[in-house]
Design a protein around this ligand. Structure first.
Ligand code: TYM
Length: 325
């Protein structure tokens, strides 16, 4: 059995990029040794209203359950409920260097957009490394944009093991073949994102069907009319083919070969996305209207995750020379 860990931030609304790049993989690889967390501590790196954070955290848990994570099989938990994440974060901040964090692409992008950004924005990848290393994760299913953070996690684990003795499992990333980087529908040179998209650029999991149809119809393509998968020369169309292929479990080339007109293809894509998301949406509504059930699942997840994480934290603390209680 493969020990797996992955996480998702509860900021913003979950989009099709999150679903195809990560959550779909989580569902298909879930097992009793899989840990999935809603990383609410990470969401604090940007200014978020406390009430909004509470609601979004519950939305996110309900979304993962609705998408098919089964809490009787895998462990689904909220990061801040497991104290070991913040504790290991400090130990690893004393292993990471300023230079390597300052080089992270996401930090450079996000810090460049704000004045007086929070220190947490810089140290964010160390907390992510703590999330992963605390569970002795072997595999981390993520979208393409998390590769650099994963490399840092591996580097920190190796450095820690070399300096303080074998302590952490060195994880590998698992990036899906299809839809590893779903692009913005209006600006296909930019990834689909929770915060930065143009109004028609992101397809959210709980968009109304009419909205999904509109966004796909208006998605930017090109004018040569040739139905072919070529992300460099035809980024808009290739992104749509990639989304189709990921939902239908085909290759984008096979999908392209069935169509000659963009309009027909877009109509079928909209129908496929709407049909695939419909059961998730129904289940989400049920879960979200039953706070008792959601809260029981969160409590169970916290208990299971803490039982795995605490001994690993103790192992690391002892290796560094902390005397423990
Ligand atoms: P987050 O919340 O931005 O995204 C959650 C997951 O969705 C993937 N993703 C995408 N995949 C394809 N196309 C896109 N346009 C797209 N946008 C997002 C992300 O790669 C991710 O897998 N730092 C992480 C959260 C995190 C984490 C962890 C992940 C914290 N601790 C430990 C793995 C392991 C993040 O901000 O993901």
């Amino acid at each position: 059995m493969m020990r797996i860990l992955s996480g998702i931030q509860p900021s913003g609304s979950t989009h099709v990029g999150n679903y195809l790049g990560a959550i779909k993989q989580w569902v298909s690889s879930q097992n009793p040794d899989a840990y999935y967390c809603v990383v609410d501590l990470h969401a604090l790196t940007l200014d978020i209203d406390p009430e909004e954070l509470r609601e979004k955290t519950l939305d996110c848990v309900a979304t993962l359950l609705a998408a098919g994570i089964d809490p009787e099989i895998a462990t689904l938990f909220v990061q801040s409920n497991v104290a070991a994440h913040a504790k290991l974060n400090w130990l690893l901040e004393c292993v990471a260097t300023f230079g390597e964090l300052n080089r992270m692409t996401q930090f450079k992008e996000k810090s460049g957009r704000q004045k007086g950004y929070r220190v947490g924005l810089l140290t964010y990848p160390v907390l992510m490394a703590s999330d992963i290393l605390l569970y002795d994760a072997q595999q981390v299913p993520v979208g393409d944009d998390q590769r650099q953070h994963l490399e840092l996690t591996r580097a920190l684990a190796e450095r820690f093991n070399a300096r303080y003795g074998p302590t952490f499992t060195v994880p590998v990333g698992f990036v899906p073949h299809a839809a590893a980087r779903v692009m913005d529908l209006q600006e296909p040179s930019r990834k689909m994102s929770k915060s930065l998209s143009s109004p028609l650029g992101s397809l959210y999991l709980f968009d109304e069907p009419s909205e999904i149809e509109k966004k796909i119809k208006k998605a930017v393509t090109d004018t040569d009319g040739e139905m072919r998968f070529d992300p460099k020369k035809k980024p808009g169309l290739s992104n749509l083919l990639d989304i189709f292929a990921s939902f239908s479990n085909e290759t984008p080339q096979d999908v392209a070969s069935r169509y000659s007109r963009y309009g027909d293809f877009k109509s079928d894509l909209a129908a496929l996305v709407i049909e695939s998301l419909a059961p998730i949406r129904t289940r989400y509504r049920e879960l979200r209207s039953d706070p008792g059930q959601l809260s029981a699942i969160i409590t169970l997840g916290a208990k299971k995750a803490s039982a795995s994480a605490e001994p690993v934290y103790e192992r690391a603390a002892k290796a560094m020379g902390l005397i423990g209680g």
